[in-house]
Design a binder for this molecule. Sequence first.
Ligand code: NAD
Length: 418
Amino acid sequence: MSATTETLNPYEIVKKQIRKAVDALGLEDAVYEILSKPLRVIEVAIPVKMDNGTIKVFTGYRSQHNDALGPTKGGLRFHPDVYLDEVKALSTWMSLKCAILGLPYGGGKGAIKCNPKELSQGELERLSRGYIQKIAQFVGSEKDIPAPDVYTNPQIMAWMVDEFAKIRQYNDFGLMTGKPLVIGGSLGRNEATARGCVTCIREAAKRKGLEIKGATVAVQGYGNAGSIAAQLIHEMGAKVVAVSDSRGGILNWDGLDPDAVLAHKQETGSVVGFPGAESITNAELLELEVDILIPAALENVITSENAPRIKAKIVGEAANGPTTPEADEIMWQNGVFVLPDVLASAGGVTVSYFEWVQNLSGFYWTEEEVNSRLEQMMVAAFDNVYNMHEEKGVKMRDAAYMVGISRIAEAMRVRGWL
Ligand code: NAD
């Protein structure tokens, strides 16, 4: 099958995955019917006064997928190509992630269709505040809790928390996670997605007899998830040989210094041009003969077209939805051990949960406490999924869906929805 004939719509993909898991678990059709549609989808128009005095109207979305386990929770993405089905899929994946990790949340996700690289700080601030004004009635620490995702950051969270405080006339710091520390952020949140992913990779490597020390690693995407995953796995003794961002990739078989690469990116805007490394494309990076591949950028980068050429032994999905189902099947047949996004990228929401708990209790934890609780929860979730994978002889992704859907279905059952 070629990439052109396979479904690249992430919402269609996640629905298929849910169908498969519901059938494998022998659950009633109603579970699929409920989980195949978000419980609420909001679309808003946000007029923003641009620096040149004109008004530009941006489209924003928030999808709240399922709240059987608790308030909905999930990131907020700023991207020029974002579309509603993508947001719906991302919110569905969030429900699964929260359920797999045992968090008291359902899934949500939001987005604004914009190119943040073309906006001034002032425009970005007015856009962020405008978004919160439009969705204020639907969010809050007990309803729906956004967080950073692609091209959003703690500053954007801070503007949004502040705007919400003006509307509500009190500080609800539990409204958003991924905030700056000084207004209720959590130590360890910034590194959490990457730490969770690297923890899963470490556990998988143990099961597969792969030594992390000396293992070669390629990372696609050098933002929050990718750059910190590269740093953490480098600290564990692995050799990060290739990394990339939206402008292209770099390769050095002798190993890259992830901190130096980050400094270069901060200075020049890209990893490209890093001294001593050769240039490669994003496509080439994925197909390198490395032990570990970490996709940490966007969806659908591993399709049926390139999956046969993926040579990594372990793929740790820090990004959401990097692999199509067809590609997943090909890698499974080829013995590539894929750690699915709903497990491997769940470290961020787990520490977001810790941040929210700290906000609600007003008592703040040390970084060691955050990291050690994250470690415990990631290892427990990995073990649950791995055991299901072994017991049923299914892919880690199918096993993860089965673990997550069982928990959501149980909550829906005791609540009388089924
Ligand atoms: P980010 O904005 O910090 O970084 C994104 C990176 O991807 C940047 O380096 C960018 O240059 C690169 N990129 C963009 N388009 C690309 C392309 N076409 N090819 C190669 N690289 C490209 O975002 P992030 O928070 O690191 O998110 C990355 C992925 O991780 C997303 O799929 C996101 O949903 C997922 N994720 C993030 C978090 C979190 O807490 N930040 C949590 C869970 C999952």
